[in-house]
Design a protein around this ligand. Structure first.
Ligand SMILES: Nc1ncnc2c1ncn2[C@@H]1O[C@H](COP(=O)(O)OP(=O)(O)OP(=O)(O)O)[C@@H](O)[C@H]1O
Ligand SMILES: O=P(O)(O)OC[C@H]1O[C@H](OP(=O)(O)OP(=O)(O)O)[C@H](O)[C@@H]1O
Length: 223
């Protein structure tokens, strides 16, 4: 019986620029139309007849793969940690998309929250945030935002934010300072656990990406 096509999910934004060369070295080469920013299609053919790509939001990559609608994908470890899906397995650290998740506050806010039992936090990551503050004995009331968290303290929405930091420019330009680092982040190859067990092509792709990541690591050591 012919096997159905595999679906590979990738995030549509900044991570894609780093992921594409890695994918291409692993033999996942999208059709030319994929690179056209004006193209509104969401599903693309690849050089492999049995493999298609879908381009979705980063959080949705994890959801598509966890539910088996896509068998494999690439996503930041922040997203994996936030959802904690049992059906999702992240076997390869791709060593791209380096950033970290941090708590930040307005630079002029000198009030100590350690002495408090409750704090309001604006974030895209309510689960990670609640767990982080719980470990410090503080109950976090999370206000879910999907972007521009940096506006929340100055507009009185929350005393703290939890957001991704890479260069630190966004925090600085919005008058914020980091108070605590929560999680170091890199992008991972993720697979649906059931698909990994039942479809040998998924295990083969995992091995190919693992070899590609190992080869890059060896080159870096040699350089
Ligand atoms: N400033 C940054 N520097 C490096 N990596 C980042 C940065 N911001 C986010 N990331 C990583 O990239 C991932 C988001 O990927 P990407 O931007 O491709 O997705 P997206 O779907 O466009 O995001 P969104 O849903 O926010 O629009 C994050 O989950 C994180 O792992
Ligand atoms: O430390 P920096 O290098 O300044 O990067 C951090 C910024 O990058 C991410 O936002 P992104 O640009 O993905 O936009 P978003 O707010 O729409 O998520 C993140 O949410 C920060 O705002």
């Amino acid at each position: 019986m012919p096997q159905s096509d595999l679906t590979f999910a990738v995030p549509k934004g900044r991570l894609l620029d780093d992921a594409l060369p890695v994918m291409e070295r692993a033999g996942v080469v999208p059709e030319p139309g994929f690179h056209d920013k004006a193209n509104r299609a969401l599903c693309f053919a690849t050089a492999r007849e049995d493999l298609r790509l879908i381009r979705v939001r980063a959080f949705d990559v994890a959801t598509f793969v966890a539910h088996g609608a896509a068998q494999i994908g690439i996503v930041g470890s922040d997203v994996i940690e936030e959802f904690d899906y049992a059906d999702l397995y992240a076997p390869v650290d791709l060593d791209i998309g380096h950033c970290h998740l941090a708590v930040a506050k307005q630079a002029e806010d000198t009030r100590d929250i350690d002495a408090q039992s409750h704090v309001r936090v604006a974030t895209k990551y309510p689960n990670i945030t609640r767990k982080h503050f719980e470990r410090h004995g503080i109950q976090a009331e999370c206000v879910k935002l999907n972007g521009a968290m940096e506006l929340a303290p100055s507009l009185g929405l929350s005393r703290r934010i939890v957001d991704l930091v890479s260069t630190g420019t966004t925090l600085r330009e919005n008058g914020l300072v980091e108070t605590m680092r929560i999680l170091d982040i890199t992008a991972r190859l993720i697979v649906n656990r059931a698909a990994l067990k039942t479809d040998s092509r998924v295990a083969e792709l995992v091995e190919t990406f693992r070899r590609e990541a190992d080869a890059r690591a060896s080159q870096q050591v040699a350089a």
